[in-house]
Design a protein around this ligand. Structure first.
Ligand code: OSB
Ligand code: MG
Length: 368
């Protein structure tokens, strides 16, 4: 496509319920959206960075700054480009994968819309809908947790993920396992809240038959994940640590992870996410699609990705109403525990421009 301008939109959306993890509690989602204007039409990308640098070093203000000062000017200077050129054009900037992913996705959306291809077709989707799980935050009490989980079970979610941290782990897991019964798919996510000294304690999760434990230790610490994997029966799954295909292969070969959470934003975009998927499929390592409380813009692309053959576990691709009273695009509605892969060109969803204005946190920035 021939790139004419890059627009940055900043919106705020209240969450239907607070979302608490080991790294903090959120009551609203601040979202940075990128629109590219090209000679062939427009495209959208959602930056998954959060307001604060607590899950990742990336955060909304930082992403906007690096896009404005470095990334967008490099793409505008190249002018004519394809999505698979973007990573190379942006390689001179170290890291900042979420910011890069938003730009690459916007270019890919414009390019595939112009070609009349859906993301599902472009990525190589093998199913028309995907199995969905739901990520359940840390709750003020076990009773409230059980009520929330029962609601998601009744809505049809095919897998429950509980956020855990020291002081909120064995007890809530035991209570939810009791509620759901032994056959239900149940997993936990610690978002790096534990240390090596907790390995013995984490072995206490084994009796609950969990699908996996996600990212108990810090991002850079592959070694302690290897030690845990040796000590525990529950499969270990990395999220934060997996920043690209080479790290994924390394972690798999070292037996630090036997299942991989693929989040396109965290790895620099959908093209790298597909490379990780392919490497995992080749090694018989199951993958699932993570989430970052995306609006319909990001969700559409995640659902298309989750339709690739190696995504054999339900993802954090929940319905729009799990997060928001109203979505920025058409809503994603759970049917029999699944979401449909959008079939239209590009991401297949349309940004409701009037909401962009209503929810704006500032006037859009236009770079050209
Ligand atoms: O660790 O998977 C995570 C949300 C924000 C940041 C990190 C994570 C999450 C979730 C929610 O678990 C996933 C979702 O429903 O989008
Ligand atoms: Mg996680």
């Amino acid at each position: 496509v021939t790139l004419e301008a890059v627009e940055l939109h900043r919106i705020g959306m209240p969450l239907v319920r607070p979302f608490e993890t080991s790294f903090g509690r959120q009551t609203a989602r601040e979202v940075l959206l990128v629109r590219v204007r090209t000679a062939e039409g427009e495209g959208w990308g959602e930056c998954v960075a959060m307001t604060d640098p607590f899950y990742s070093h990336e955060y909304v203000d930082g992403c906007e700054a690096v896009i404005t000062s470095y990334l967008a000017p490099a793409l505008l200077a190249a002018r004519t480009l394809r999505a698979d050129d973007v990573a190379g054009l942006l390689r001179f900037v170290v890291g900042h994968r979420m910011a890069k992913a938003a730009l690459e996705t916007a270019v890919l959306d414009a390019q595939t819309r112009a070609a009349g291809l859906s993301f599902g077709e472009f990525f190589g989707a093998v199913r028309p809908e995907v199995d969905c799980g739901v990520s359940v935050g840390i709750s003020p009490s076990i009773d409230e947790l059980l009520e929330e989980v029962a609601g998601y079970r009744d809505a049809g979610y095919r897998r429950i993920k509980l956020k855990i941290k020291p002081g909120w782990d064995l007890e809530p897991v035991a209570a939810v396992r009791e509620l759901l019964g032994p056959a239900a798919l149940l997993q936990v996510d610690a978002n790096t809240a534990y240390t090596e000294a907790d390995i013995d304690h984490l072995r206490g999760l084994d009796p609950f038959g969990l699908l996996l434990i996600e990212q108990p230790f810090v991002e850079e610490d592959i070694r302690t994940h290897v030690r845990l994997a040796r000590a525990i029966d529950t499969p270990v799954c990395l999220d934060e640590s997996i920043t690209g295909v080479d790290v994924a292969i390394d972690a798999i070969e070292r037996d630090a992870t036997s299942i991989v959470n693929i989040k396109p934003g965290r790895v620099g975009g959908y093209l790298e996410a597909i490379r990780i998927h392919d490497a995992c499929l080749e090694r018989d390592v199951p993958v699932w699609c993570g989430g970052m409380l995306e609006t319909g813009v990001g969700r559409a692309a995640n659902v298309a990705l989750a339709a690739l053959p190696g995504f054999t576990l339900p993802g954090d691709t929940s319905a729009s109403d799990r997060y928001f009273a109203e979505d920025l695009t058409e809503s994603f509605v759970l049917v029999d525990g699944r979401l449909a892969v959008p079939a239209g060109p590009g991401s297949g969803v349309t940004v409701r421009e009037e909401l962009l204005g209503d929810w704006a946190l500032r006037t859009p920035v236009v770079l050209s």
